[in-house]
Design a binder for this molecule. Sequence first.
Ligand code: AMP
Length: 631
Amino acid sequence: MHYEDFYRRSIDERDAFWAEQAGAIDWETPPQVICDDSRPPFARWFVGGRTNLCHNAVDRHLAERAGQNALIHVSSETGQERVYSYAELHAEVVRCAAVLESLGVGLGDRVLIYMPMVPEAVFAMLACVRLGAIHSVVFGGFASTSLASRIDDAKPSVVVAADAGSRAGKVLPYKPLLDEAIRLARHAPRHVVLVDRGLAPAPRVDGRDLDYAALCEAQAGKDVPCVWVDATHPSYTLYTSGTTGRPKGVQRDTGGYAVALAASMRHIFCGQAGETFFSTSDIGWVVGHSYIVYGPLLAGMATILYEGLPIRPDPGIWWQLVERYRVTAMFSAPTAVRVLKKQDPSFLTRHDLSSLRALFLAGEPLDEPTARWIGDALGKPVVDNYWQTETGWPVLTLARGLDPRPGKPGSPGVPMYGYDVKLLHEVTGEELTEPHQKGVLAIAGPLPPGCMQTVWGDDARFVDTYWRSFPGRLAYNTFDWGIRDEDGYFFILGRTDDVINVAGHRLGTREIEECIAGHPAVAEVAVVGVADTLKGQAAMAFAVLRDAAAAADAAGRQRLEADLQQHVDARLGAVARPAAVTFVTALPKTRSGKLLRRAIQALCEGRDPGDLTTIEDPSTLRQIQDALAAR
Ligand code: AMP
């Protein structure tokens, strides 16, 4: 079947299409209603069906592939390498589920996972869904304030954490950040389960903190069956940034997610059971959820969980793993490729990469030179794919299993089956159907299976944030600009809101601003994302001090800049640290007091700041220009 027909059917005969895809997973009770969209924009997929994500990712494979590799953990930080077969993974997950169950975790309870890239993090995720509990993984690079707001939102009964992570050989203790977060949070988790890697001292709070290894020992031999849950039962929440300082808990279901991922492994990533998938992301991000953990395991593949940098111990480390484990599909981000591009290219040719069929890249715009460089160096297809935490799986790409069309430079591709993608006029909401018209990328509801169900605990926020942008039209707003060419290929032109993308990590400028504004020396601050050749974008802060004299000389400015960077590090995490802080005496605003972030961003990128008829005080821009020139 041609992809065009496959796609059309997914839209025109939606329920029949997804009923077929649902056959890719096991159901305890098959669904009765494929899509209940009687209460738009909410969509309930596979209603009446009962299933379990852990059963489909792990238990189901025991009959045929118990001895086959399931989880391959490699840490170039600690030198550890451990391969778990499906039988071993099953045993570990059951043990972890027994531990959580012994602590009272059951159906619908939340478990927050704050872990580096260690196998126990995957065991904990799978153990949660085994029990029908809802996991909420928080990226290990986030610090106490970020963590505290997520604890308060998710209200976990248990937190699973580790003593420390490690980056570039430097131990990053997690426990003090977690302790501080729990101190800051209003909600108190009953227990903290601590995986002790022996990397950093992690003093335990009596009664609250428990040692994972000891708990496992106490539960040895206990069987914990999978709890069948409704297809619509939440499997997890994952926090992502938006335009407010408050992160949104993206809530995902169980059945729809399992079906969507299983289908994507088949049609988009072309992964076969018995093969090895290597996604270089982190379990703290959506790519980690979908394509380190659930997608590959649902497909009966082995998945690599890699802790470390792409260039340590040398820039050949990833390719060495491709060779050693006969990786067939690899998934990474453009930033990582740009890092590799700066290294000796011979590292790419030292290893046997014959098993590799394609490299998938996502998370940020893929620029042509980067795509061309890695494509030529590997001699393999490089497949861009566009999606978001909210969607859970690709919205735009080329479905390699069905679509032989070549990619176009700079374009992630065409709409994936199930996504009724539109370009809408940002003000009128009118559909733009001519080629090369710039509009907001939107998706007509209902969203396909696997996408967010709602914002955790806040249906109104889900509707208001995503579905009310276009007058007279209930369409999901991606907050990305796009155009479509005459062949139907889409091009993404950046965000329409104040979300920035640093090294593939999505950050809200408001969150960083609120954090910096919390520093006693700061009166006001603006944070913008500025084009960066390595990371795509870098965060730049412009601060107005309470006492301007503090930044009167270069030494004072330097000291304050370092202090503010450290302030962000400690509260939000190093990922959010602004690359530079520039001090000014006033920020450019409209007469109604709205911060002109886009004008600041344009100046930072050496562009024309655009229409400034609404600016209150034009001298504020000159000041920024002068300060930038003086840096
Ligand atoms: P996240 O939710 O962290 O995955 O970030 C999603 C955002 O990253 C999207 O809304 C886009 O702005 C950007 N993005 C992700 N993938 C791509 C891509 N392939 N090309 C361009 N932008 C992308």
